[in-house]
Design a protein around this ligand. Structure first.
Ligand SMILES: NC(=O)c1ccc[n+]([C@@H]2O[C@H](COP(=O)([O-])OP(=O)(O)OC[C@H]3O[C@@H](n4cnc5c(N)ncnc54)[C@H](O)[C@@H]3O)[C@@H](O)[C@H]2O)c1
Length: 378
C-alpha cells in the first residue's frame, strides 16, 4: 500500500493543470511507494480556486499561500505562479520543512535563485524544478545515446525555441495571462521563459557552458499595462540570439523568440558528434533522429526512431509498443521520478542547484546582450 504525500498547489493556471493531471495519473502507471494526494489548491480568487478544486479533485482551498504553507497536513508545495513569486514562496516553504516542486525558471535571476538554493540546502528538503522536457522519452533517449558514447567528441549544439504570439503591438502587458510580458513579474522575456528550457536540456546533455555572447531585441517598445492602465515601456527581451562555448570544447548556437510567425512552440535541438548526430523537435516529440557514421555506407542515413518501444525510457510503463506518448507524460514522469527519489531519501533532478546553473547562463546572456561582450559563466 502506497503512502500518501499531500500536495499543496499554488496557482490554477496552465502548469497547475499539467501538474494536477500528473499527480492524478502517476500511480496508475508507475509502482511507487508514495501516492500524491491533492490536498489543497491555493489562489487569491476563491471562486476560481473552488472551481479548480472541483474539477481536479482537490480536498480544500486556500486564498493565501502563507496559510497553505503553515498547514501541518501539507507535505509538498508545488509552485505554479508567475516567476516573481517563486523566491518568496520557496524560501517560506523550505523554512516550514516542506518538499518543494517549483516551476521553471527557478527565479527571475541568479541572485534570487541563489537565495532559494541556500534556503532549501539549509532546510534539507526534497526539491525539483519542472524542466519537464528532460523526461520526454525521445529526449531521455538522446541522453542515453550520449552516455553510451555513441556521439563521441561533440562539436556542435544547436537549439531553438520559437513562438509567434506577441507580434501584435495591441497586446497589453501584465496581469493574468500576460505577466510574461511584464519584466517585474517575469524577470526576463524569452530568455527566462523559452531559452531556459533549451539551456537546461543542453547542460544536461552536453555539460557546462563556459561563456556566451548574445544579442536581444524588444521589437515592441511600449504596451498598455493591464495593472496600471497606462502605456508603459516594455522591459522584456522579445527575441535573443546566442553563441556559446561549452567546457567540453563544443560550440553552440541558441535562439528564442516570440516573433517567428508560424511557429507556436517549436523547440528543436541538434547535436553533432564525431561518430554520430542526434536531432529532436517538440512538434514531433515522440521521434528521435539519429545518424550513425558507423553504419555500413550503403545504408548510412538518418534513422527516424519512433520512441514507443517498451525498452525506451519510461515507455514500458504505458501502452503497448508503437503507441506514442505526448507532452503531458513528461510531467507524469517527473512526478514518478520525484516520488521514487523521496522514497529513497534522495531528490530528483533538476534540483534547485542544477536549475541555478541555467539561471546563471540566462543572466550571462542578458549581461552580454547589454555589454556586447563575451561573458564567462562562473
Ligand atoms: N515547464 C514548462 O514547460 C512551463 C510551461 C508554462 C509555464 N511554466 C512556468 O510555470 C509558472 C506558471 O506559469 P503558467 O503558464 O501556469 O501561468 P498562468 O498565468 O497560467 O498561471 C499562474 C497562476 O498563478 C496564480 N497566482 C498569481 N499570483 C498568485 C498569488 N499571489 N497567490 C496564489 N496564486 C497566484 C494565478 O492566479 C494563476 O492561476 C511560471 O513560472 C512559468 O514560467 C513552465
Amino acid at each position: 500500500m502506497s503512502k500518501p504525500l499531500n500536495i499543496g498547489m499554488i496557482g490554477y493556471g496552465f502548469m497547475a493543470r499539467a501538474h494536477s493531471n500528473a499527480y492524478s495519473k502517476v500511480n496508475h502507471f508507475f509502482d511507487l511507494d508514495y501516492r500524491p494526494v491533492l490536498k489543497a489548491i491555493c489562489a487569491r480568487n476563491e471562486t476560481q480556486a473552488k472551481a479548480f478544486a472541483d474539477r481536479w479533485g482537490y480536498e480544500s482551498v486556500e486564498t493565501d499561500w502563507r496559510t497553505l504553507i503553515a498547514r501541518p497536513d501539507i507535505d509538498a508545495i508545488d509552485i505554479c505562479t508567475p516567476n516573481n513569486l517563486h523566491k518568496e514562496i520557496a524560501i517560506a516553504a523550505a523554512k516550514a520543512g516542506k518538499m518543494i516542486l517549483c516551476e521553471k525558471p527557478l527565479a527571475r535571476n541568479a541572485a534570487e535563485g541563489e537565495e532559494m538554493c541556500q534556503a532549501i540546502e539549509q532546510a534539507g528538503v526534497a526539491n525539483t524544478v519542472w524542466y519537464n522536457y528532460r523526461r520526454i522519452p525521445a529526449v531521455s533517449l538522446a541522453k542515453q545515446l550520449i552516455e553510451e558514447g555513441r556521439l563521441g567528441r561533440v562539436f556542435h549544439y544547436r537549439a531553438n525555441f520559437l513562438q509567434d504570439w506577441t507580434i501584435s503591438s495591441d497586446l497589453p502587458q501584465g496581469g493574468q495571462g500576460l505577466w510574461r510580458l511584464d519584466a517585474d513579474a517575469a524577470g526576463s522575456g524569452v530568455t527566462g521563459d523559452l531559452l531556459a528550457h533549451c539551456i537546461d536540456t543542453a547542460l544536461w546533455l552536453n555539460g557546462p557552458i563556459a561563456a556566451v555572447t548574445a544579442t536581444t531585441e524588444t521589437f515592441v517598445k511600449e504596451r498598455l499595462h493591464n495593472l496600471t492602465g497606462k502605456v508603459e515601456p516594455v522591459g522584456i527581451d522579445d527575441a535573443c540570439a546566442v553563441l556559446a562555448r561549452f567546457t567540453n570544447g563544443s560550440l553552440a548556437i541558441f535562439e528564442s523568440t516570440r516573433y517567428a510567425r508560424g511557429h507556436k512552440a517549436l523547440y528543436t535541438f541538434e547535436i553533432n558528434g564525431e561518430k554520430a548526430s542526434i536531432a529532436w523537435n517538440l512538434h514531433d516529440l515522440h521521434r528521435l533522429q539519429y545518424f550513425d557514421h558507423g553504419d555500413a555506407s550503403h545504408i548510412r542515413g538518418w534513422h527516424n526512431i519512433h520512441v514507443s518501444d517498451s525498452d525506451h525510457p519510461y515507455v514500458g510503463n504505458w501502452w503497448v509498443p508503437g503507441l506514442q506518448l505526448g507532452y503531458e507524460h513528461s510531467f507524469v514522469h517527473q512526478v514518478a521520478d520525484f516520488l521514487k527519489a523521496v522514497a529513497n531519501g534522495k531528490t530528483a533532478g533538476p534540483t534547485f542547484r542544477e536549475a541555478q546553473e541555467t539561471q546563471k547562463v540566462c543572466d550571462a546572456i542578458l549581461a552580454s546582450a547589454k555589454s556586447s561582450q563575451w561573458v564567462e559563466i562562473k
